[in-house]
Structure formats: C-alpha cells, structure tokens
Write a protein that binds this ligand. Structure first.
Ligand code: MN3
Length: 198
C-alpha cells in the first residue's frame, strides 16, 4: 500500500490570522504532498513500501546511498507531526505533569519559550526545533533539513518547522516573529501532553 498524506487535523483557515490558508495551500498542499509522492516513487516495489515511516527513518538515517528515501520519509513524518503541534486558539500554558516538567527542566514557561526561540532562530538554514523527552525531564533540540528525533531513538513532544517555506508567505524573512506567533497563538500543549503520557 502506498504512503498517504494524512488529512489536516483542522480546516486550512482554522489558524488564521496567525497561519493563513495560503500558507497551507503551499506548505500542506505542495511541499508536504510532494514528499509523499517522492517517497512512494523511491520505495515502489521495494521492501520499504510496506514499512512504517518510523522504520524507514531509522533504517536509512546516516546511509548516504539512501539519503533521498530518508529525507522524504522524515519530511512526511515531520510535517504530519508539525500540523498536530498546532491548534486553533493554541498557545497559553501547559498543565499537569507537562507543566511540572517544563518548570523542572527549564525553570519556568517563560524560560522554556526563551530557550525554544533561541534554538529555532539559530538553526542555520532549513530545519526544525523540537521539544523532546530526555530521561525524566525535557530538552529542546534543533535539527537540519529533514533530520528528526526519531532517527536518534528519541521521543518528540512538539516541533516547529523553520524552513523558509513555513513562514515566508505570512512573515517573509521575519523568522523570530513566526516563532513567537507559534509559541503564543498556535502551540498545542494538549498534543505535547499526550506524547509525554504515551
Ligand atoms: Mn515544511
């Protein structure tokens, strides 16, 4: 069975004005869709066609001869995870165990935001910023291009896409404003809490 692009968890207009339908038209409709098409073409009639994305990501990471498969499989996975990392009327503050772990790991929610913003801003060129599980605590990481925590056997809780295509339509070159908007208006703490509990 071919890989399929999962439906968005909300309407393309649901995150406006923070993330516009036009951004979804390109980012979901063109970029994410193209990674799915490429992955299907690259794995057609091979054993990988029936593997999970996570299995493919782990099996191809670091293998230069499989870089195309890794890049497309990871980008399919990363974008699906990114859409879920946001929600209409997102932002605000986490609660419960997640809130306690953020305080324990970063000092406060504000300190977390500062550190996350620094990581997402300083990822040079294309890539991703992540909140991941780290033992009993939490950690912020960043990765270049398609690389993700799954490749490293880590458990991601949230992600932010900082490729230019993620923000250029709505924010042009202002990546820091995009990151602030994500943290204040879009981030889905329920999704992060569910990943922490899983
Ligand atoms: Mn993207």
């Amino acid at each position: 069975m071919a890989f399929e692009q999962p439906a968005l968890p909300y309407a393309v207009t649901a995150l406006e004005p923070h993330m516009t339908a036009q951004t979804f038209e390109f980012h979901y409709g063109k970029h994410h869709a193209a990674y799915v098409t490429n992955l299907n073409n690259l794995t057609k009639d091979t054993p990988m066609a029936t593997m999970s994305l996570e299995e493919i990501i782990k099996a191809t990471f670091g293998d230069a001869s499989k870089a195309g498969i890794f890049n497309n499989a990871a980008q399919v996975w990363n974008h699906t995870f990114f859409w879920k990392s946001m929600k209409p009327n997102g932002g605000g503050a986490p609660t419960g165990e997640l809130a306690a772990k953020i305080d324990a790991s970063f000092g406060s929610l504000d300190k977390f935001k500062e550190e996350f913003k620094a990581a997402a801003t300083t990822q040079f060129g294309s890539g991703w910023a992540w909140l991941i599980k780290d033992g009993d605590g939490l950690k912020i990481t960043k990765s270049g291009n398609a690389e993700n925590p799954i490749a490293h056997g880590q458990t991601p809780l949230l992600t932010l896409d900082v490729w230019e295509h993620a923000y250029y339509i709505d924010f042009q070159n202002r990546r820091p404003d995009f990151i602030t908007t994500y943290l204040e208006n879009l981030v889905n703490w329920d999704f992060a809490a569910a990943n922490l509990a899983a």
